[in-house]
Design a protein around this ligand. Structure first.
Ligand code: PMP
Length: 429
């Protein structure tokens, strides 16, 4: 039975009068794929249940955090037990120390960390630190990469900014945007040329080491190493934005998977277990320049919130189970192989990319690993496929420019059901 949506529709009507676009974050509004979003009542394992009683197999996972599936009992228990002791103290709490110990142990390039409340805060803070520590002003980012909605990053950005064709947002002062230089991802020569021209002005280069905000684009062999060498040579800091890839593409993130050590790393999503959290970390000598240890100011009333720390710690405990990432990757491969086979059988030009627990779906006959290629895919075919899958009870990211996320709760039967749905969807669109 195709989903009915009377309750979602009524809620969206009310929401649109009160919330810009009816949502609190743009990509939720289905603007890119068309139609109206559904409102979720509850979620369990691999499933979302909407207010009209429809069940969806979920490959968005709250945009990444839900790597062990929704409402995992251990995470839930940790949250409830911690909340009983109080929701926020505004003083140091023990769980902050455990969290810092956990992150620095699992991601050794982070000798020290600072907890914040979102990925946006983490990246904003990391570039302030980079600018303060180097005494330089310019930053380099990549076309199609999204690092949150900080002013400096809304220049040729990915995710919602890309989906909506607003590469530079009104409200970003030109003087600030001028300090952001952009490069094409996976282009070795363009990076070399930029650093040759103005390397001594560059405070930091920030990158999603696997781009997840322009679909899913893995780095070409040696590309991250190339960027590392350029930054080292020119005295710029290398920042890996691992908000999406952290604890997702490997336990140690993309830096472990590709063997490249950044100066600073930003985190979000999984380290909060579904609660609002971000963090940034790096070499101790850099991190000690953050207030109150040093002069570079950054603060947060709710940062290190005990309930958020408890949720994140429970999640990080679960992903450390032996074989967790091998199993996750096998699931991602099974899904992507199955979708490619279904597309082939239906005669649809379609390909995938996968890295650990994240993947990209491209309506293209060729493998895609650049932003220009991602833009050139058949976006309207994706949009039709998205709706055909939704009709069949599968929720993919509602944009052709977002990665998909696998969870350990997606078992063989769930993946088989997804591929079966895709066979119908490819035939229908
Ligand atoms: N960096 C990356 C790589 C992201 O994917 C995101 C969000 N999707 C952010 C930063 C911003 O995080 P938040 O939405 O928590 O502010």
């Amino acid at each position: 039975m195709p989903p009915t949506n009377a309750r979602s529709h009524a809620l969206f009507t009310r929401a649109q009068a009160l919330l810009p676009g009816g949502v609190n974050s743009p990509v939720r509004a289905f603007k890119s794929v068309g139609g109206e979003p559904f409102f979720v009542q509850r979620a369990e394992g691999p499933y979302l249940y909407d207010v009209d009683g429809n069940r969806y197999i979920d490959y968005v996972g709250s945009w990444g955090p839900m790597i062990v599936g929704h409402n995992h009992p251990q995470v839930l228990e940790a949250v409830i037990a911690t909340a009983r002791d109080g929701l926020s103290f505004g003083t140091p709490n023990p769980l902050e120390v455990t969290m810092a110990e956990t992150i620095t142990r699992l991601v050794p390039s982070c000798e020290m960390v600072r907890m914040v409340n979102s990925g946006t805060e983490a990246t904003l803070s990391a570039i302030r630190l980079a600018r303060g520590a180097t005494g330089r002003s310019r930053i380099v980012k990549f076309e199609g990469c999204y690092h949150g909605h900080g002013d400096s990053f809304l220049v040729k950005a990915g995710s919602g900014a890309l989906t909506f064709g607003v590469p530079t947002s009104p409200g970003v002062p030109k003087a600030l945007a001028d300090l952001t230089l952009t490069l094409p991802y996976n282009d070795f020569d363009a990076a070399t040329a930029l650093f040759d021209t103005c390397g001594s002005d560059i405070a930091a280069l920030i990158i999603e080491p696997v781009v997840g905000n322009a679909n899913c684009l893995p780095p070409r062999e040696g590309y991250l190493q190339h960027l590392r060498a350029l930054c080292t040579h020119h005295g710029a800091l290398l920042i890996f934005d691992e908000v999406m890839t952290g604890f997702r593409v490997a336990l140690g993130g993309a830096q472990a998977r590709y063997g490249v050590t950044p100066d600073l790393t930003t985190f979000g999503k999984i380290i909060g277990g579904g609660m609002p959290v971000g963090a940034y970390g790096g070499r101790a000598e850099l991190m000690r320049q953050i207030a109150p240890a040093g002069p570079i100011y950054q603060a947060g009333t709710l940062s290190g919130n005990p309930v958020a720390m408890a949720a994140g710690l429970a999640m990080l405990e679960l992903v450390q189970a032996p074989g967790f990432y091998d199993a996750l990757e096998a699931k991602t491969n099974a899904l992507c192989d199955g979708l490619e086979a279904a597309a082939r059988d239906a005669g649809v030009a379609f390909t995938t990319q996968r890295v650990g627990g994240m993947f990209g779906l491209f309506f293209s006959a060729e493998k895609v690993d650049t932003y220009a290629q991602a833009l050139a895919c058949d976006i309207s075919a994706f949009n039709r496929f998205f709706h055909a899958m939704l009709q069949r009870g599968v929720y993919l990211a509602p944009s052709a420019f977002e990665a998909g996320f696998m969870s350990s709760a997606h078992d063989d039967a769930v993946i088989a059901a997804t591929i079966e749905a895709a066979r119908g969807a490819f035939a229908a669109c």
